[in-house]
Design a protein around this ligand. Structure first.
Ligand code: AMP
Ligand code: ZN
Length: 130
């Protein structure tokens, strides 16, 4: 979709700290992470609402989330990887994958603009574990 910010990321018109991609999905770091390693996983095909995604793409999205969870935990030392699906700001379906330690850490009010160097450093650590 022409004006969609996440479609622009997939087309490389906007830069992103890529974690992983395959033919259907793309994962990259959120620029306003709530926690270190906060990752967004998106389908390459534009779709606004996540629950409108048809099978087999829908299950594929959550299989990809599962594959990313190990490297995310490994790179951050987090206890778990939490999932948030909101999509109220960017109308291109996405899953937030957030390394967490304590209850409440998924709260989007914890979001803070990250330093690009810090993003590059954590992305490298995650990619090394894929
Ligand atoms: P929401 O649609 O409410 O799930 O939130 C959209 C998320 O996308 C927010 O966490 C933003 O920080 C994130 N975001 C917006 N633009 C970018 C971008 N160019 N690169 C990385 N993350 C982004
Ligand atoms: Zn899009």
């Amino acid at each position: 979709m022409e004006d969609c910010i996440f479609c622009k990321i997939i087309r490389k018109e906007i830069s992103s700290e890529k974690i992983w991609e395959d033919e259907n999905f793309y994962a990259f770091l959120d620029i306003n992470p709530v926690r270190k390693g906060h990752t967004l996983l998106i389908p390459k095909q534009h779709q606004d609402y996540i629950f409108d995604i048809e099978e087999p793409l829908y299950s594929g999205l959550f299989r990809a989330a599962k594959s990313l969870s190990g490297p995310l935990r490994g790179a951050t030392g987090a206890k778990r990887v939490g999932i948030v699906v909101e999509g109220l700001l960017v109308p291109h379906a996405h899953v937030h994958l957030v390394p967490i330690e304590n209850p409440g850490e998924l709260d989007s009010s914890n979001a803070k603009k990250a330093d690009p160097e810090e993003l590059a450093e954590i992305a490298e650590k995650i990619r090394a574990l894929l």
